[in-house]
Structure formats: structure tokens, C-alpha cells
Design a protein around this ligand. Structure first.
Ligand code: KG4
Ligand code: ZN
Length: 381
């Protein structure tokens, strides 16, 4: 089949990933090596361990992605790699390897912003379904362990441009899931297990009032053209509120009991955690998730309405959350906005999104210089 076959490589956090994507529209192979087992005992990602694991995994992961695609270094058309943002040491492994491969195989190298990658995970799967045209304006929410960003996205002759209209002022939403899970002894990462446990609790049991972050005047008549309407988020307060609830309600003993029960299991499943949670804990978890979901959905939809958005893309690890998906679907339908998500597999970090985001650059021959370096604090828009 004709088209451009791009090998994507991603190593910005705790997943070593490689994938082959054809012309930004067909997923040919997708390999993700997750380091969860390595970081699980620490309740979060340990940067030094992440770099070491990437070093171990990168060669077999890239080989497998090529093998699964029936491709070789000679028969791919370009190599795309995450340049940033992410952990410095982790990014360095992927970028150095991609540079060496590109040099040895005489293939062009394309440096990709990880956040743009998350947005292209949605676009890749839409194209794969035969949907090539999005209705603009497009708003994208990238919500993951490291980011909670809102972007207005535009495309001119296939080249995408982004304008950031909101971000978190402190913790990312996924970080709040991970920290609350750590506090409650629910393992790492927190998102998937909280997603599961929340279905067994009462989301109205605990009230978490969100401090409304001050916005500029939402009335368009009062707005100066340069006075851009921003929608910022903040998730460190809810983590502290959960901690306070645990203290006030003397939950330390129940947490310690869970720690003891679960540590006897080698790789605990969500079912193991469920068996180790009492009603009060399940209610707290369900209320926490409901509060975060309500906040993300209401602020994003308000921004979508303010900007007259036609299509909303919700992507990043937290976009895998079932309650979040349901709430976005309901609220977007009420506002007449089309909402699109990646499959769960492409919501969390992967390299297919990196290969897909590189395709427009491949077409416009926007290749990285030989001296390209990783940028841990790289911004988008
Ligand atoms: O996109 P991602 O793999 O990495 C970053 O770029 O950060 O996102 C990982 C984050 C973690 O914080 C994880 O707890 C969260 O996504 N996550 C979820 C779910 N699955 C993963 N959060 C809520 N519900 C989920 N089902
Ligand atoms: Zn990510």
C-alpha cells in the first residue's frame, strides 16, 4: 500500500513506546512497554528508574514495532520522536536513539511535541474511521498525569497551529488521581483504579467545593479584543481536601489495613482493592472523582461555548476515565458540540500519536536538525 510510513518513538515519562503509522491515518503497529511495575512500589514515577528502564526497553520495543508492521529501517520513510515536554533523562533516551537511527538509516527525523501528539491520537483514529473533516473551531483538552491544557486548534493547508487558552495553575488532573490513590494506598497509577472503585461509591457523599479561579469578564460585550478569555484549572486543593477528610474522619487505620492486605498480593487488581475498601473509602473516592470530572467538564464546556466551538477533542491519560467520557458526551450534546476521544489504548502515552502528529511535518519537509536536543519544558502554542 502506498503512503508514508513513519516510525514513532515516545519516551517522555514511564512508557517506552514505538509504533508505525501510515500517512497519519492508519495504525500499522503499536508497542507500549509500561514501567508501572517498576514505579508501583514508590507510588509515583522515579525519574532515574524511568531513564534506566527506557534504556533497557528502547531497542526491543522499536524492533517489535517494525516487525509487527512488516517493516525494516530501510522501508520506513521517516522517524518521529518526542522532543518534550517530559522528564529530561527519559526524553534523552528516545531522542538519542531516534537520532542515531535516523543517521544510520539515512531517514529524516521529525521532532514532535508530546502534547500535540495527544491531540493527534484523536485525529489519527478519526481518519482511520474515514472521517477526514472536522468542523472548526476546534477546542482540545489535553488532560493527563503531567498536563491539563486547553488549546484552540486551527489548520492551514494541513499544518496545525495551537493557541493555549487555559492550563492548570498547580497539579494536573491525573496527578490529583495519582496523589489521592497514593494517600489511600490504592497503588500507582491512581486513575484506572479510582475509575473502577468510584463506580462502587456514592458520589454525593462528600462535598468538595472547588475554589473558582478568577476569570476575566465572561460577558463578550465587556471584553477588550486583547483581553483573552482564559480558563485555568487547579487540582492541588482537592488533594489537600481529601487528606483533611481522611484525618478528620480517622481513616488512617482503615488505610493501614488496606496497605497490609494488598501488599500480600504480587500485582493487585482493581478487584483486590475493592475487597480492601470500606463504604466510607468508596464514597470518598466516588465523590473525589465526581468533583474533578464536574470541574473539568463544566470549565471546558464553558470555554467551548465562549469560543463558539464546533468540535471538542478530549485526550490524554485521564480521557480514559469512564465517568469523564460520559459526562462530556452528555454536556457536549446539550450544547450542540461534537466531542471526540481517542480509544482507551491511545488515550495514555503511546508512539502512534507521535508518528501521526509528525505526518504534516513530513509532507512539508519540516525535519529536525542533527543537533536537535530534548526540551523537558517544551510548550505548545
Ligand atoms: O497521558 P499519560 O499516559 O501520561 C502523561 O502524559 O502524563 O497519562 C497518565 C495519567 C496518570 O495520571 C493516570 O492516573 C491517568 O492518566 N489515568 C486515568 C485513567 N487512566 C489513566 N485517570 C483517570 N481515569 C482513568 N481511567
Ligand atoms: Zn502524555
Amino acid at each position: 500500500m502506498s503512503g508514508a510510513y513513519i516510525l514513532g518513538i515516545e519516551s517522555s515519562c514511564d512508557e517506552t513506546a514505538a509504533a508505525v503509522v501510515r500517512s497519519g491515518e492508519e495504525l500499522i503497529s503499536n508497542v507500549v512497554y509500561s514501567q508501572i511495575a517498576t514505579h508501583q512500589p514508590y507510588g509515583g514515577v522515579v525519574p532515574e528508574l524511568a531513564s534506566r528502564e527506557h534504556l533497557r526497553a528502547i531497542v526491543p520495543v522499536v524492533r517489535k514495532a517494525l516487525e509487527d508492521a512488516g517493516k525494516t529501517y530501510e522501508t520506513i520513510d521517516a522517524i518521529a520522536v518526542t522532543q518534550g515536554p517530559g522528564l529530561a533523562g527519559a526524553l534523552l533516551v528516545g531522542l538519542s536513539y531516534a537520532k542515531a537511527l535516523a543517521f544510520a538509516a539515512c531517514k529524516p527525523l521529525i521532532a514532535v511535541n508530546h502534547l500535540e501528539g495527544h491531540i493527534h491520537a484523536v485525529l489519527l483514529e478519526e481518519r482511520q474511521r474515514g472521517q477526514h473533516d472536522l468542523e472548526f473551531p476546534v477546542l482540545a483538552l489535553v488532560v493527563s498525569g503531567g498536563h491539563t491544557h486547553l488549546y484552540l486548534a486551527e489548520t492551514t493547508q494541513g499544518i496545525w497551529a495551537y493557541r493555549n487558552i487555559g492550563h492548570t495553575r498547580d497539579d494536573a488532573a491525573g496527578e490529583a488521581f495519582d496523589k489521592v490513590a497514593k494517600l489511600l494506598e490504592l497503588g500507582y497509577p491512581g486513575g484506572p483504579v479510582i475509575d473502577f472503585l468510584a463506580q462502587h461509591g456514592n458520589p454525593h457523599a462528600v462535598k468538595f467545593p472547588f475554589a473558582q479561579i478568577k476569570h476575566r469578564d465572561r460577558n463578550p460585550k465587556n471584553r477588550h479584543p486583547s483581553d483573552e478569555l482564559r480558563t485555568d484549572f487547579s487540582y492541588s486543593g482537592i488533594k489537600t481536601a481529601v487528606l483533611r477528610y481522611v484525618e478528620v474522619h480517622n481513616m488512617a487505620e482503615s488505610i493501614q489495613r488496606r496497605r497490609a492486605t494488598v501488599s500480600a498480593v504480587a500485582m493487585p487488581t482493581p478487584q483486590d482493592y475493592l475487597a480492601a475498601c470500606d463504604r466510607q473509602t468508596l464514597d470518598l473516592i466516588a465523590s473525589f472523582q465526581r468533583a474533578v470530572v464536574d470541574d473539568l467538564v463544566s470549565k471546558t464546556l464553558a470555554a467551548a461555548v465562549d469560543y463558539g466551538v464546533a468540535t471538542l477533542l478530549v485526550t490524554g491519560g485521564v480521557a480514559a476515565n469512564s465517568e469523564l467520557r460520559g459526562a462530556f458526551e452528555k454536556r457536549a450534546a446539550e450544547e450542540g458540540v461534537v466531542v471526540l476521544f481517542p480509544s482507551r489504548q491511545l488515550s495514555t502515552d503511546n508512539a502512534a500519536m507521535i508518528a501521526a502528529a509528525a505526518y504534516p511535518r513530513f509532507l512539508s519537509q519540516e525535519f529536525a536538525e542533527a543537533e536537535v536536543s530534548s526540551e523537558p519544558a517544551l510548550r505548545l502554542g
